[in-house]
Design a protein around this ligand. Sequence first.
Ligand code: ZN
Length: 202
Amino acid sequence: MKIFCIGRNYAEHAKEFNNEIPEEPVIFMKPATALLLENKPFFIPEFSQDIHHEIEVVIRISKKGKHIQEEFADRYFEQFSLGIDFTARDLQSLLKAKGLPWEKAKAFDHSAVLGKWLDKNDYELDNLAFNLFKNETIVQAGDTSDMIFSFHNLIAQVSKYFTLEQGDLIYTGTPSGVSAVKPGDVLVGRIGDLQVFSTEIK
Ligand code: ZN
């Protein structure tokens, strides 16, 4: 199982860090050991003083494909969820400044929160509003209509380089409003009133 993540897929978030709006999606990966499931708590790792939350819509690939054309991409996923791409922002900044790969800041254990699966046919996925609450206050309010690259386009672009297999995940990028977490914070991802995931920071 592979976990793909898309960077800078919402213009407002790209601007938060003075990043350019990309012409192609920024693609990076996390290992399976990054997953944090079943609303388990997240323990801040000792190597970072600045762990940021990034709420993202996550799609689950439902069948194998390579060089998938955008017009057929809809056939390659059935379910989606919400998750968090936890990022050690201090470490990421150091690595980026040196031009080094940012895996240590992005792909560490339990850096990929994943909520429960939802059926894409039950939602209007291209106009999906989703929220991250921190201690019951909204800190990130996203809408998939603001994505620079659509779900279908992302499947096409990722599968140009990597064979997609059943069960692979794509974290599709975060909207603006990322910020640091501290012990005691409770992060909840919601679509409307539906709680998709919850994690307490330890
Ligand atoms: Zn992200």
